[in-house]
Design a protein around this ligand. Structure first.
Ligand code: IFM
Length: 452
């Protein structure tokens, strides 16, 4: 079965994970620069100072996309490249880079899908309280509007932010990400301020570009009890509430789930909602950008050890089935677990979807024949695309699929140890080597259909 005629096929990346050039052309420090510079925060002491050197090699990367034959590319803008100190005016050299990138995409017939902020914040703002400080809402809106003015003559599809819930959990409740605060009481206020900033930016951008498409990107991790019993069922529901629904529900309903507010009050969290906030957050969206990777199997455990993805300290242990196939990140591979989510977006959230990320980290190596035989990645992508095909057949409105990721990249706290790319990066030479999955994906795109 072919995919719909206008289905967008593409790949996704984010600025911090591929650009490098962290001290060039006036870019200011981001919170991740400082976090990565502190020993112990990133595996093997890696930093994103060079990453995939995309800032200097973007033309080569655009050519890779042209070889893939994709119709869309999702990338993010670096806030500190455009607003080095966290406020205007635009840094002209940073602006020139994104100008060239967008022009290069359009020249190759590839639609740019811009994420305004992907999991970073200028250190200047982090130092003043980051997303716990309400002033950051205004700073983000100002940045989003400057970015929008820069590119809206050529870009129509926008996402404000990426994975607010997960990033905030890992940075505020645990110390896995910056600002490494380790205090659950800060999670909801920090999420809330990002959501208000998102809503205000959407409102302003839509006023300036009525025909634009505006969305938000989030990951959704289906949660399941790993053991029988009421307490374990409850643990799975709590994790769903804290991890998935903490952002999604309020975007659509204009109100936080009452159980979420009760949880916040129970752990001693302070009030954080001000008049007008909920109206701002629920600014209408044209689509939701869904990142799907894996389901989470969890049980109730008062010691709250958490797990590879689940934060510690919430009375939950991650307990994925031992026999389940996994990626190199230890994430369970379960494409079927995606289908109920897709249905939920149709039935409960009533939002068109773009699959903005999906892919797997595998231990890729260059074989003696000089190629990367990543058949496990091909299998992962094929299974997930088959589920998307089924969802489309059920009438679920999915506009496109963006494989994560075009290139191997800086995988946050895991540094360069996890490879998600369709293209292998030799970090010593920065040579790009399309993996077998690259060629397989190019065929799928060309046929506009899966192989069998
Ligand atoms: O690399 C990340 C990306 O930045 C956000 N979504 C999940 C990916 C894989 O961990």
């Amino acid at each position: 079965m072919p995919f719909p005629e206008k289905f967008l096929w593409g790949t996704a990346t984010s600025a911090y994970q591929i650009e490098g050039a962290t001290r060039e052309d006036g870019r200011g420090p981001s919170n991740w620069d400082l976090f990565a510079a502190q020993p112990g925060n990133i595996l093997d002491g890696d930093t994103a100072d060079i990453a995939a050197d995309h800032y200097h090699r973007f033309e080569e990367d655009l050519d890779l996309m042209a070889r893939l034959g994709v119709s869309a590319y999702r990338f993010s803008l670096s806030w500190t490249r455009l607003h080095p100190d966290g406020c205007g005016p635009l840094n002209p050299k940073g602006a020139a880079f994104y100008d060239r990138l967008v022009d290069g995409l359009l020249a190759r017939g590839i639609q740019p899908l811009v994420t305004i902020n992907h999991m970073e914040i200028p250190q200047a703002l982090e130092a003043r309280g980051g997303w716990l400080e309400r002033d950051t809402i205004a700073r983000f809106t100002e940045y989003a509007m400057d970015a929008h003015r820069l590119l809206s003559d050529r870009v129509t599809c926008w996402a404000t932010m990426n994975e607010v819930a997960v990033t905030t959990w890992w940075g505020h409740a645990t110390r896995m990400f910056p600002p490494a605060l380790g205090d659950q009481r800060l999670v909801l206020p920090a999420i809330h301020h990002q959501l208000v900033a998102h809503g205000r930016a959407v409102h302003e951008m839509r006023r300036a570009q009525p025909m634009g498409e505006f969305g938000m990107v989030g990951s959704y991790w289906p949660t399941r009890p790993s053991r029988e019993g009421e307490a374990h069922q409850q643990a799975a529901e709590t994790l769903d509430l804290l991890f998935n629904r903490s952002c999604l529900d309020v975007l659509v309903d204009g109100a936080y789930p009452s159980e979420l507010l009760a949880w916040h009050a129970e752990i001693g969290g302070q009030p954080f909602i001000e008049p007008g906030d909920l109206e701002a957050i629920s600014a209408p969206l044209d689509y939701f950008g869904l990142n799907y990777y894996a389901p989470l199997h969890v049980c109730h455990d008062p010691a709250g050890p958490g797990g590879a993805v689940v934060p510690e300290g919430i009375g939950i242990a991650q307990e994925d089935p031992a026999e389940a196939p996994r990626t190199a990140f230890d994430w369970v591979i379960d494409a079927d677990a995606m289908l109920p989510i897709l249905r939920e977006f149709r039935d409960r959230y009533r939002l068109p979807l773009l699959i903005t990320e999906n892919g797997g980290a595998f231990d890729d190596i260059i074989a003696d024949d000089g190629r990367v035989h990543d058949s496990a990645r091909i299998d992962y992508l094929r299974r997930h695309l088959a589920v998307i095909e089924q969802a489309l057949a059920e009438g679920i409105d999915i506009r496109g699929y963006l494989a994560w990721s075009l290139l191997d990249n800086f995988e946050w706290a895991a540094g360069y140890s996890k490879r998600f790319g369709l293209t292998y990066i030799d970090y010593a030479t920065q040579q790009r080597l399309p993996k077998e999955s690259f060629h397989w994906y190019a065929d799928v795109v060309r046929r506009n259909a899966l192989d069998t």
